[in-house]
Write a new protein. Structure first.
Length: 430
């Protein structure tokens, strides 16, 4: 029996106010798409079945390296984080899974946690290990690296933590482990660039060997930060080399914000898929060297082009296509629930627009080297306002026509500000 956090009656009554306008807009868009040979209901059905995971830490106020400004009523532990994830899911109907992070979400009974999530209408996605910071009571420090550290005892501790994450994930019903390490260097000469990669591969192989049969290991690359001269898994090249060496069930995870500015990420997606190594995706946006702005806020066109490759990949599944999608953002100045609702909408919009591309016209134009018409095939889809499709997909599953309005009307955060203990100010986190 599910216990949803918000009043479904309240959502329905707000929807009732917007239903006539939605039907009008949906009908109009349907006729427009019909003229292009597209069945709007088929697209809505695809969008309704699309989902993206929420990272448990995304429900709290993030921060920068400089500061973190807490929000009254933000969650203080995994139980409250789950409740907030359930709010996002109830309104958006696009985020049914939570991606937990250890040791941040560490508790005593994971089977009970799995049941608690199920009662909120949630499941668990990939588990994330953390060897990029030290925890209270930890015997050895990751100050000089973790999986690639020169000290074998530090490497063993980092491997052991990943094995524990797999064990926790088994109890939660996860089937993937995402590994990101901050290992790298800040000075030329500080680290042997080849030997550090060797040590990483050696540690990662031990983790890979412990994966349950139906699990995948996802390697997340990041160009820089916290290491600013070199990072061990800095780019998709290092990532795919490691994934190919480790084995078939080791794949690469692309985080939109983890590349140099202007890098053609959609091409990286196509390349990884070509070799069966596209394992997952972290959605966010970036303007400069930052990597955690809200999805679609800066470059929605890039998001669309990435989805265009993902839709192509799905149509040409070279040995399978099952990427793990997750939102990965730092919500510094907004209510995290509002950011997650907005981002889920932006991500789904990118997907919906990619579904509207006239693939036959695109492929024909590509084959005949008709540059302008190939571009127009993409542009026509990108220009289409898919808002009514997204709203219809949500409503069809009990979600809100306007998730942000419904959330504000619910008074959730003000209520939680009364009930939850305050989070202290502090240094920023990733
Ligand atoms: Mn990420």
């Amino acid at each position: 029996m599910t216990q949803l956090p918000l009043s479904q009656d309240q959502i329905e009554s707000l929807n009732a106010q917007g239903r006539e306008a939605l039907e009008d807009d949906y009908g109009s868009l349907g006729r427009q798409l019909g003229r292009r040979g597209i069945d709007i209901d088929a697209v809505t059905e695809r969008v309704a079945s699309f989902s993206v995971a929420i990272p448990s830490w995304g429900t709290g106020r993030g921060g920068t390296r400089f500061a973190k400004f807490p929000l009254a009523g933000e969650p203080t532990g995994i139980h409250e984080k789950l409740a907030d994830c359930a709010v996002v899911q109830q309104l958006s109907r696009m985020t049914p899974r939570v991606s937990p992070h250890f040791p941040w979400d560490k508790i005593g009974d994971y089977r009970a946690l799995r049941e608690e999530a199920a009662e909120l209408g949630l499941g668990f996605d990939a588990v994330n290990s953390n060897t990029f910071q030290d925890q209270a009571g930890q015997p050895l420090s990751y100050g000089a690296g973790s999986l690639a550290a020169t000290d074998p005892a530090v490497r063993a501790q980092a491997v052991e933590h990943n094995l524990e994450c797999i064990e926790i994930g088994r109890q939660l019903g996860s089937t993937a482990l995402t590994v990101w390490v901050g290992d790298g260097s800040n000075f030329p000469g500080q680290q042997d660039l080849s030997r550090s990669f060797d040590r990483y591969l050696d540690s990662a192989a031990t983790i890979y060997a412990a994966l349950p049969g139906d699990w995948r290991m996802l390697l997340e690359h990041k160009m820089f930060e916290p290491a600013f001269y070199s990072t061990v898994i800095s780019d998709w090249g290092s990532s795919i080399l490691a994934a190919q060496q480790l084995g078939e069930r080791c794949q690469c995870l692309v985080d939109l914000g983890h590349h140099a500015p202007n890098v053609n990420i959609e091409q990286i997606v196509a390349r990884l898929h070509r070799f069966g190594k596209l394992g997952g995706f972290h959605f966010n946006d970036s303007k400069y060297g930052d990597d955690d702005l809200d999805s679609g806020t800066i470059n929605p066109h890039q998001l669309f082009l990435v989805f265009n490759e993902l839709v192509e990949a799905e149509l040409n599944p070279r040995g399978g296509f099952d990427p793990a999608y997750m939102i990965d953002q730092s919500h510094n100045v907004t209510d995290p629930i509002e950011s997650l609702l907005s981002s889920a909408g932006e991500i789904a919009a990118g997907f919906a627009k990619a579904l509207l591309v006239d693939r036959e016209a695109l492929h024909l134009a590509q084959e005949s080297n008709d540059t302008m018409m190939a571009f127009q095939a993409l542009r026509q889809a990108y220009r289409t306002d898919v808002t009514p499709i997204l709203a219809q997909a949500r409503v069809g599953q009990g979600g809100a026509i306007d998730p942000l309005a419904a959330y504000r009307q619910s008074g959730w955060r003000a209520r939680k500000a009364q009930e939850r203990r305050a989070v202290g100010v502090g240094a920023g986190i990733v």
